[in-house]
Design a binder for this molecule. Structure first.
Ligand SMILES: *Cc1c(COP(=O)(O)O)cnc(C)c1O
Length: 372
């Protein structure tokens, strides 16, 4: 039997080629390994058309480590970060800023409402103390797409810095640094780039990074030092995640072979379309209005079923070869299904069949008015 497919937003299903790329050990002093790192950084900048304006600083750890590093390095100790919050990742950015002792403010929107550029402009006009704004590109806790371009234009017009958590969007949703003004954009290897977990990276505006020496409260999470060391030696400061880089090299090769960002987005859109249609056919309701649903992950209302629990559904789907993801909304019982990873429409259709069979075993009958 094959391993179950992960319908999760990362770690996610990776290709055999990407998994196989990890079957080699690399010395961290080896010049071939330094070239591997440099090539990956070049590719990541190129995906955002940011080679002229930004540098890529890779960092060991999960995505949150890179978010924490970006805030700690780029927001000065007497600065103030305003976070636009409409889900758990926005709340996490605010929380990590508070924990590190930086001033933080929050502008909240409902979990099913995109952050509003007009509300941001109004807020900034009366809050001159805000030096930076934090935006979650795709709020993975629901799958909501925030209007990044419009928000970035407001931030730029107000002369503040912009930190974008594009963790679950980068590589699939377009980012063009030539028309999107941002100070830093944060993502990781194990989401839309379809690598394995273990490293994040931050695309940082060159001037902003040069001005950031000594800002960081942390030694290990200092992007200024990380970059300065790498620029000087070609090596990572502290042990690099060698196998993760090798896997990311392979994943980026596949990415380019597939046709880059446009092709990746088209496949994920196709997955999301098949998923949304199939869920409707099963009589399940999705959480977000279609206008702000990103083709990354879909939040589904739990079926109204006696004895329903996500644990039961998870187990039943897993036995059929698919890994679902729990919901992350506090007030509503939901579960999530990811559209990203090395999966296509046929996989989504098999997953829907498995979900239908699992639900039928639990006694679910699609409500008549919802059936297609
Ligand atoms: C995945 C993700 C992160 C990072 O989460 P980790 O578990 O630390 O990798 C941050 N922000 C968003 C929007 C994400 O989707």
């Amino acid at each position: 039997m094959r391993e179950p497919l992960l319908l999760t937003p990362g770690p996610l299903t990776t290709s055999l080629a990407t998994k196989s790329a990890m079957l080699r050990d690399w010395g961290s002093w080896d010049s071939a390994f330094n070239e591997l790192t440099a090539g990956i950084c070049r590719d990541l900048l190129r995906i955002a058309n940011a080679e002229a304006s930004h540098v890529c600083v890779p960092l060991q750890g999960s995505g949150t480590f890179a978010v924490e590093a970006a805030v700690g390095t780029l927001v000065p100790r007497d600065g103030c970060l305003l976070v636009l919050v409409n889900g758990a990742y926005g709340r996490r950015m605010a929380q990590l800023t508070e924990v590190m002792g930086r001033a933080v403010q929050v502008l909240e929107f409902a979990d099913d409402q995109p952050a509003c550029p007009k509300a941001l402009a109004a807020y900034l006009s009366v809050h001159p103390e805000v030096t930076h704004v934090g935006v979650i590109h795709c709020e993975t806790s629901t799958g909501l797409l925030n209007p990044l371009q419009a928000l970035a234009e407001v931030v730029a017009a107000e002369g503040r810095g912009l930190l974008v958590d594009s963790m679950s969007a980068f590589g699939a949703l377009p980012v063009d640094a030539r028309r999107l003004p941002f100070t830093a954009l944060i993502a990781s290897a194990n989401k839309c780039l379809e690598g394995v977990p273990g490293m994040g990276f931050v695309l940082v505006e060159r001037q902003a990074l040069s001005a950031a020496q000594g800002n960081s409260h942390s030694l290990a999470l200092d992007l200024y030092d990380q970059h300065a060391y790498m620029a000087r030696t070609g090596q990572w400061r502290y042990t690099p995640p060698t196998h993760v880089l090798a896997a990311l090299r392979s994943a980026l090769d596949s990415y380019h072979a597939e046709g880059g960002q446009a092709a990746r987005l088209a496949r994920y859109r196709d997955n999301a379309e098949a998923l949304l249609a199939g869920l409707r056919e099963l009589g399940l309701e999705t959480y977000l209005p279609p206008a702000c649903q990103a083709p990354i992950i879909v939040t589904v209302h739990a079926p109204r079923l006696a004895g329903y629990g996500f644990g039961r559904l998870y187990q039943a789907a897993r036995e059929r070869g698919f890994i679902l993801y729990p919901g992350k909304l506090t007030a509503l019982e939901t579960f999530r299904v990811g559209c990203i990873g090395a999966i296509n429409r046929a996989d989504i259709q098999q997953a829907l069949a498995a979900l239908g069979s699992a639900l039928a075993d639990m006694g679910w009958q699609a409500p008549k008015e919802c059936a297609a």
